[in-house]
Design a protein around this ligand. Structure first.
Ligand SMILES: Nc1ncnc2c1ncn2[C@@H]1O[C@H](COP(=O)(O)OP(=O)(O)OP(=O)(O)O)[C@@H](O)[C@H]1O
Ligand SMILES: [Mg+2]
Length: 262
């Protein structure tokens, strides 16, 4: 059965989407069957995989509303099957309505879990990109997930908000998804030229009792450029430091023995 990984941190701009796109693409490059799911109304995962988010009539939102099934909104191999075995459930602006639409719905925390249950056997990994908030969309993602992967940006306020995130994960584990585990923490946008990045890594390591990936994603301009070409880093600039970083992370995720039999 496929492993569902929610990439979450309620802090904005820490590298959730960059990690979702490139981890998904690097897992696919290593021969895994991968589905990427956009749970953010910003639709950055969708456009980062080359799909015009303004030109879609069926997205995750319609699937959540029961207006279509998952197969109808799925974009199979947006990058071409010869390149990567990677499919996408896209999102657009209307997903923002979910916070209000499902406010009174029964089982509103389980909508994504139910949608994914019919396809999870077909994939080795399902990567869910969460929005920068701890609302219904992130709760749905964590309820559907086996594990949560937390990107942490190497900046001064890195630890801010992390206790709230850990508390939320704990709450979801207690109330909605007993099997949920923390996949691990990955540092992003590491700048080897500054002492600050190193200090942040050391500080978080000594304050956070969680599995931390050995791979640290460097700050790399090619990673920032790739989405504007609608390409993941391994197709945009295969030899860049960013591509190497996400390939190493994919190796670690595959080898993460704790969850290998999920
Ligand atoms: N390793 C990196 N090197 C350089 N730029 C990066 C790197 N990681 C992310 N970025 C850039 O930083 C910005 C924020 O990254 P990203 O969109 O992945 O964060 P996010 O957590 O998904 O943001 P949001 O909370 O808005 O969803 C983007 O412009 C992205 O291109
Ligand atoms: Mg994002």
């Amino acid at each position: 059965m496929g492993r569902i990984i929610a990439v979450a941190n309620q802090k904005g701009g820490v590298g959730k989407t960059t990690t979702s796109i490139n981890l998904a693409a690097c897992l696919a490059e290593k021969g895994k069957k991968v589905l990427a799911v956009d749970m953010d109304p910003q639709g950055n995962l969708t456009s980062g995989l080359g799909v015009d988010k303004n030109d879609l009539s069926l997205t995750i939102y319609e699937a959540m509303c029961g207006e279509c099934n998952i197969g109808e909104c799925m974009i199979v191999h947006p990058l071409g099957s010869h390149k990567l075995n990677l499919s996408l459930i896209p999102a657009g602006r209307n997903l923002a309505g979910a916070e209000v639409d499902f406010i009174d719905a029964d089982n509103r925390q389980y909508i994504l879990k139910n949608i994914l249950s019919s396809v999870r056997d077909k994939y080795d990994f399902i990567i869910v990109d969460c929005p920068p908030a701890l609302g219904i969309l992130t709760v749905n993602s964590m309820t559907a997930a086996d594990t949560v992967l937390v990107p942490i940006q190497c900046e001064f306020f890195a630890l801010d908000g992390l206790s709230q995130l850990m508390y939320t994960i704990d709450l979801i584990k207690k109330k909605l998804n007993k099997a949920l585990e923390i996949e691990g923490v990955v540092f992003t946008m590491y700048d080897a030229r500054t002492n600050l990045s190193l200090e942040v890594v050391e500080n978080v390591k000594s304050n956070l009792d969680q599995f931390i990936y050995k791979t640290i994603i460097p700050r790399n301009v090619r990673l920032a450029e790739a989405p504007s070409f609608g390409l993941p880093i391994n197709l945009y600039d295969s030899r860049s430091a960013g591509a190497q970083g996400y390939r190493d992370l994919a190796d670690e995720v595959i080898k993460n023995k704790l969850y290998a039999n999920l």
